[in-house]
Design a binder for this molecule. Structure first.
Ligand code: ZN
Length: 689
C-alpha cells in the first residue's frame, strides 16, 4: 500500500540564497491622529466566547464587549484560515484574491499542490555555482488594507497574519510574515524524534510530518544525524538523471548513490547511561545537558549546501523519557529570524532588529507542535507546554511593536487558539470517538486555558495603549467537532459521477475497486464528471479546462450541479440517519472576480460533526463513505457550512445594527476609520456607518 505524501508539504526546493532587499518608495506621510489595534485569534469560536464570557472566565473580553460589542463574523467559502485571512486583508471574496483552499489543483494532471505560493527552485551551473535564486511568490491577489492605508500615510505594523508570506512591501509600515512561512525543509513543520525503543518498522517518515530514527547506545553514547534541508543541487542532478531517456544502468547507479545525499544533515551525539534521567546531547557544535521534561534553548544550526551556500536554522530539543529507554524530540528547524534563507519581513532587516531586543523567536508559520501529538510522539502535557511557548513568542513580538509606538494601525495574529481546538476538542466532546474520560479529567480545560490566555493578553495589551485607541478582536472562522470523516470521492464513485477503470456503470462492490487512496488511483477520466479535492471542494471535469475534461460548460454543468446537489441531500450517516451535508454552494452564487476560473464548481458545507476526509482532500478514494474520525485532530472548520462557522468580532466601540457582519467588511472599515474611501472593487462594506 502506497502512502499519501504529507498533508501540507511545501516542497520549496532550494531556499538557500537570500533575495535582494526591496525598498519602499518614500511617501510623504499625512498627519494621522487615529489609532487602531486589531488582535486576531485564529479560529476563536463565538459560541465558546459567549459561554466563557457568561461564566466570567474572560473578564477582559467582557469589558471590551461592554464598551463596544460582540458580533458573529461571517467567514468565507471555504471556512479556512488562508481563504478567510486573505479576505480579511483585502476586503474581497476569494474570486478576487485567488486563495480558495490550502491546496490548488493542476488542471492538466489533477494533482494537488500548496495553494498559497508559487515556487521556482534555484538553478545551478555545473551543479555548483548558483545561477538563479529560488523564488517564492504569493498567489494572493487584491490589495491589503495596510498597503492602501500605508500609501496614504498610515503607519502600520503587521505581525504574523496568515497569508503574509512572502512579506508584502508595506508603505510606511513593517511586516513580520506568518503562514505559510515554512521550516528549513520547506514544509509546514517537520519534527524529528529519536528513540531507543523504535522498531525498524517505525523508522522513517510519518504520515504527519515527522522523521523518526532509532538510536543505539554503545558504551553510553549514540551517534546519529539530524536531517536539515533538501540539497537543491543534488535534487537538480537527480531530476536531470530521471528525465534522461533512456535511463541507463549507470544513471540508475548514480541515482542510488545520490539518494542518501538528498538531505543535508548535521551530526548529533547523545551521551546517556541507562537509568539516568539526564542526557547530554551534542547537536553540531552545541552541547546540551537535559533532564527529562526539560526544553533546551534554541540551538543554532548551520547546514552547508556547498562552498557558496549554507543555510542557518534553529531548533529546540526536549528529553521526553530517559529510564530504561531514551526518547528525544527535536522541534521543526525554524529559519533564524536574523538570518533567514529568504526575507521573512519587510523591511528585510525588521526581523533582525526584533531579535536584538527579544532574542530568538519562532518563525515557522505553523508554530505549534500538532503533528507530533497526532503521531503520538509527544503527549498532551508536552503539547500544551509547546502551545504556550508558541503563544508567548507571538505575543512578545506584538507587545514589543505596540510599545515601539511607531504605528497608527497595528495588526497581530496568534494562531494557538486554532491549534488547541483542532487537537483537544476530543476532550470537551463526549460524543467524539476519541473522547477519553481520564485524559479529559486532566486536559478537558485545554481549550479554555488558551482562551483565558488570549483574554489575559488582550487585558495586558490594553494597558499598553492609549485609552482612545480603537480595538478590534477578530477571528477568521469558528469551530466544529469532527466526529466522522466523509470520503467524498468514494461517494462520487458510488453515485456514478466518478468512474474507476474497469468499473461497470452500476457496479457497487466498492471494496474491490479501491486502492490505498493515492492520488486518483485508477480514475477513468474519460468517464468521470466530477472529483473532490481540498476541504469540501468538488470540481467538474470540464472540457477545455481539465486535461481530460468531458463535461461541457453551460447547461451540462448546471445539470451536473443540480444532480450532485440533490444526491448530496440524501447522503445520511448510516448509524444515525442524520444528514451529513447541510448546504451545497455553487461557484457563481458565491464567488466573483478575475480568479473565478480557479474556483471549485461546488463547495460542500458539511453538517456539524462531519468533515471531508483527509484522503479526499488529497484526491484519494478509499473504501467506505462515512467513518469515525480516530485522529486526535478532532475538530475543524474547513468544509463545514459557512452558515454556522462564523468567527468572532469584538469591538471597543459599538457598531451599527445590521443583518450580517462579514470578514470582508473589516478592510473597508479600517480604511474608513482612517478617513480613506474604500475602492469600488471591495466586496465588504464599512461597519462604521
Ligand atoms: Zn484551523
Amino acid at each position: 500500500m502506497r502512502r499519501l505524501p504529507l498533508v501540507f508539504v511545501v516542497s520549496l526546493a532550494a531556499l538557500a540564497i537570500a533575495m535582494a532587499c526591496r525598498t519602499t518608495p518614500p511617501v510623504a506621510p499625512q498627519r494621522v491622529t487615529q489609532k487602531l489595534l486589531i488582535l486576531g485569534f485564529d479560529g476563536m469560536d463565538p459560541d465558546l466566547v459567549r459561554q466563557w464570557v457568561a461564566e466570567g472566565k474572560l473578564p477582559n473580553f467582557k469589558a471590551l464587549i461592554e464598551r463596544g460589542g460582540l458580533y458573529d463574523l461571517e467567514t468565507t467559502h471555504s471556512p479556512e484560515s488562508p481563504t478567510a485571512w486573505a479576505s480579511f486583508a483585502t476586503g474581497v471574496n476569494p474570486g478576487k484574491h485567488n486563495i480558495y483552499d490550502f491546496l490548488v489543483r493542476d488542471t492538466q494532471t489533477y494533482l494537488p499542490d500548496l495553494g498559497m505560493v508559487k515556487r521556482t527552485p534555484a538553478k545551478f551551473l555545473f551543479d555548483w555555482i548558483p545561477l538563479q535564486r529560488p523564488k517564492i511568490e504569493s498567489i494572493r491577489g487584491g490589495t491589503s488594507f495596510w498597503v492602501t492605508a500605508g500609501a496614504a500615510g498610515v503607519r502600520s505594523s503587521i505581525l504574523t497574519v496568515p497569508v503574509t508570506y512572502p512579506p508584502e512591501n508595506v508603505p510606511n509600515g513593517e511586516m513580520l510574515s506568518g503562514l505559510p512561512l515554512p521550516d528549513i525543509r520547506g514544509t509546514m513543520g517537520t519534527f524529528s524524534y529519536f528513540a531507543t525503543d523504535l522498531s525498524r518498522y517505525e523508522e522513517g517518515n510519518t504520515e504527519f510530518g515527522g522523521i523518526l530514527k532509532r538510536i543505539v547506545f554503545e558504551n553510553g553514547t549514540a551517534d546519529t544525524q539530524l536531517d536539515g534541508p533538501p540539497n537543491p543541487i543534488v535534487r537538480q542532478k537527480m531530476l536531470a538523471l530521471r528525465a534522461k531517456s533512456p535511463v541507463t544502468d549507470a544513471d540508475r547507479a548514480e541515482l542510488e548513490a545520490l539518494a542518501p545525499q538528498v538531505d543535508v544533515k548535521v551530526p548529533m551525539r547523545i551521551a546517556w547511561q541507562r537509568g539516568s534521567d539526564t542526557a547530554t546531547v551534542t547537536l553540531q557544535d552545541t552541547a546540551l545537558t537535559l533532564k527529562v521534561g526539560q526544553w533546551s534553548d534554541w540551538v543554532d544550526l548551520r547546514f552547508r549546501i556547498n562552498l557558496f551556500i549554507a543555510m542557518r536554522g534553529m531548533a529546540q530539543v526536549i528529553l521526553l523519557r530517559a529510564d530504561d529507554d531514551l526518547q528525544l524530540y527535536v522541534s521543526p528547524i525554524n529559519w533564524r529570524p536574523e538570518a533567514p534563507p529568504l526575507p521573512i519581513s519587510s523591511p528585510t532587516a525588521f526581523a533582525e532588529s526584533l531579535v536584538k531586543t527579544l532574542g530568538p523567536f519562532r518563525t515557522l508559520g505553523w508554530a505549534e507542535a500538532t503533528w507530533p501529538l497526532e503521531e503520538g510522539r509527544i503527549d498532551e502535557a508536552v503539547f500544551m507546554e509547546d502551545l504556550s511557548r508558541a503563544f508567548d513568542d507571538r505575543a512578545r513580538v506584538i507587545l514589543n511593536r505596540i510599545d515601539a509606538k511607531q504605528w497608527d494601525l497595528l495588526v497581530g495574529v496568534i494562531e494557538t487558539t486554532d491549534r488547541v481546538q483542532h487537537m483537544m476538542w476530543r476532550l470537551i466532546d463526549q460524543k467524539h470517538p476519541m473522547y477519553d474520560a481520564a485524559l479529559a479529567a486532566k486536559y478537558g480545560d485545554a481549550i479554555e486555558r488558551i482562551y483565558r490566555r488570549s483574554d489575559a493578553f488582550v487585558g495586558e495589551v490594553l494597558t499598553h495603549v492609549d485609552p482612545d485607541t480603537a480595538v478590534m478582536v477578530v477571528s477568521d472562522h469558528g469551530f466544529h467537532s469532527f466526529r466522522k470523516a466523509v470520503n467524498l470521492n468514494t461517494w462520487l464513485v458510488q453515485e456514478g459521477f466518478m468512474v474507476l477503470k474497469g468499473q461497470q456503470d452500476n457496479q457497487r462492490k466498492l471494496d474491490d475497486l479501491f486502492g490505498a487512496g493515492t492520488f486518483w488511483e485508477g480514475v477513468d477520466w474519460s468517464r468521470t464528471r466530477a472529483y473532490a479535492m481540498g476541504l469540501g471542494q468538488i470540481y467538474f471535469n470540464v472540457r477545455g479546462r481539465e486535461g481530460q475534461g468531458i463535461v461541457s460548460p453551460g447547461q451540462e454543468s448546471v445539470a451536473l450541479a443540480d444532480a450532485i446537489t440533490a444526491r448530496l441531500a440524501t447522503l445520511v450517516d448510516p448509524d444515525t440517519g442524520e444528514r451529513v451535508v447541510q448546504n451545497v454552494y455553487r461557484r457563481d452564487d458565491v464567488y466573483s472576480g478575475r480568479y473565478l476560473e480557479n474556483a471549485s464548481d461546488l463547495q460542500v458545507g458539511f453538517a456539524d460533526g462531519y468533515r471531508v476526509s483527509w484522503q479526499t482532500s488529497l484526491g484519494g478514494a478509499p473504501a467506505g463513505i462515512v467513518y469515525p474520525n480516530m485522529k486526535k485532530w478532532s475538530a475543524d472548520h474547513g468544509s463545514f457550512d459557512i452558515a454556522d462557522t462564523s468567527g468572532v468580532l469584538i469591538t471597543s466601540r459599538p457598531l451599527g445594527a445590521r443583518d450580517r457582519y462579514r470578514i470582508t467588511d473589516v478592510a473597508p472599515s479600517v480604511l474608513e476609520y482612517f478617513g480613506l474611501t474604500p475602492g469600488p472593487d471591495l466586496d465588504g462594506k464599512s461597519l462604521l456607518r
